[in-house]
Structure formats: C-alpha cells, structure tokens
Write a protein that binds this ligand. Sequence first.
Ligand code: CP
Ligand code: NVA
Length: 312
Amino acid sequence: MSVKKPAPRHFLDLDLIDAATLRRIIDAAHEMKRNGKRVPENLRPRSIADDVLVMIFEKPSTRTRISFDVAMRQLGGQSIVLNHMDLQLGRGESAIDTARVISRYIDIIMVRANSHDTLRELAKYATVPVVNGLTDRTHPCQVMADILTFEEHLGPIKGRTVAWIGDGNNVAASWMHAAVRFGFTLNVACPKELAPHADVTEWVKREKGQVQIMHDPVAAATGADCVVTDTWVSMGDKDADRRKALLKPFSVDAALMAQAAKNAIFMHCLPAYRGHEVTEQVLEGPQSVVFDEAENRLHAQKAILAWCLGAF
Ligand code: CP
Ligand code: NVA
C-alpha cells in the first residue's frame, strides 16, 4: 500500500506563506548568522548529508547563485548549478516533465525563471520543495534578506516604515507582500506607468495592508526608517530608454535621503547602476547597508532551505 507523501514545503512567494512561519524563518536566519558557518543542530535538516539542491537559472545571477550554493554547503548538503540551456528545458522540454524527472534525483529545487508561470508549473509538478530565486513578478528570497538586514540595523520591522522608490517591479512586489506579513508600512513611489501589478495591489487591499502607492518620492521617503530602490531596467525589460526617462525623477540622492528619519538606512538588492536609480554618494555613504544586505542572502537562504527541508 502506498503512503501519501506530505505536500512539499515550497518557498514561492511571501503571500503564500503565513506570517508566523515567515517570522520563524527570519528568527532562524538571525540565529544562523550569529553562528557563522556552523549551523545550530536544531536548525539543521535531519537528512541534510544526503540532500542535493539543484539550481536552474534562466537569467544571470551573482548573489543568488553563489549564496544558495554556499548556504547548501554550510547546511551540510550539496548543490548542482545549471543554466537552463544546459537542460532539455532550454530546447523545449516542458517545465512539467522537467519537474517530475528532477524530483526523482534531488531533494530541493531553486529556480530563477523568466516567467512566473514556469515557477508555478515546476512547483505544481515537483514532488520536492521549489524555491523562487526571482521571476519577472517577484523576488521573495531577496526581501527575506532585506528584512534580516533591516532588523539587524534598526530592530524589529513591525510597525516601522519603508520607502520603495522607483520601478514597481518584482522586488517591489515582494516588499508589498512582506509589508502585510511582517506588519510594517510601505510607501511605494513610482511613475504611474510603472506601478506594481494590480493583483499584488489588490491582495494588499484585501489583507488591509499598510501600503501606499504614490508618485512623489519626497512624500514616500519623509520620515521613513529605510529607503530602498532597484535598477530601472530589470532583466528581460525591453524598453530601457522609456523606463530611464520615466524614472529619472526617482533617483535616490542625498537630498532624498535627508527627508528620511535621521538614522535611516539605504538598501538596494544589487546590481546597482550608479548615477541612475541611486547616486554614488548614497550607495557608498554611511547610511548604505547594501553589502550587509548582499551577505544576508546567505543567512536568510540557509534558513529558507532548512525550513523547506523540514528542520523547523
Ligand atoms: N540581488 C540579486 O538577486 O542578485 P543576483 O542577480 O546577482 O543574484
Ligand atoms: N529587478 C531586478 C532585480 C535583480 C536582482 C531584475 O529583475 O533584474
């Protein structure tokens, strides 16, 4: 008689995971960081010595690729990194078949996909956990690292204010999900033409989240504890000139940072384009925590992988 296996613990998006679980993952990430390369026993998945992570990249990556690989090694498991063109996926094999085949070899999948639909399909058909390493719509692992970074600099994020300045893109969408799940205020300042997708805005409304979509960067940044931005041209965007023109008034400079709280921090998921979405002065200035943020991808993802593999 076959025993039905429990549904895999996917990490697809922050709106799909409850607030208490996300809080536990962040608390685990703080603990992982305090312990350096040694993962505390209570946070280590039991099967980890036999576990293999496969990563599939449809787009380039520096931080996600390396931090997930190192995270899996520090947990005690192994990983395989693949470009989608190395797979039959790159020449037309479906995500559905790919998910079912690779689930027979490995224990967890991380994917960076051009389309969110690819992620959804992989997750629907994989029998092992699937982690979202960025799609055209969201970037939840990035925002988990950002929450960790906020908290280590400024304390608990609940009740605080974050200003997102710029494109209403994939990272902005995950920030919006996070505002609801972690209970903070998010002011999004973006051009009307580059506002976040309606499905995210409507979800926030249904959840009664404290998220304001505005079009004035000064109004958004005033009094904020954290100012965050991202590139004006995301991977896959085809209208670079139009975006740069629309986003010109949304550059984060010293004058904008001066509107934020006195001890406010500046974050950017990187890669950054100095002189566009952020000035050199702000990116390299004393309020910038972008390299802590980049490091925290490792600690946050160790916690995410450990949760997906059932450690806590
Ligand atoms: N921030 C981020 O996801 O960086 P990579 O594209 O280098 O992975
Ligand atoms: N919004 C950016 C994030 C890069 C990490 C992109 O999708 O290219």
